[in-house]
Design a protein around this ligand. Sequence first.
Ligand code: ZN
Length: 61
Amino acid sequence: MTDLTPTPQQPGLHVAKPAKDFPAHGSYACRCGATDRARGDDNVRDLVAVWIDHRNTCPHR
Ligand SMILES: [Zn+2]
């Protein structure tokens, strides 16, 4: 799983939910260097929203 984690060199969003009863986890990285990660379904949902918002506002886009 760790090799799928985005980095500023490989920017993007990665979300995984290995199993129904297992909490989701996710991380993102942007070309500008912004990164974040979250664990838990609700937190990952927020993380995705932040990532989408960041892509709309990031000056490196
Ligand atoms: Zn950015």
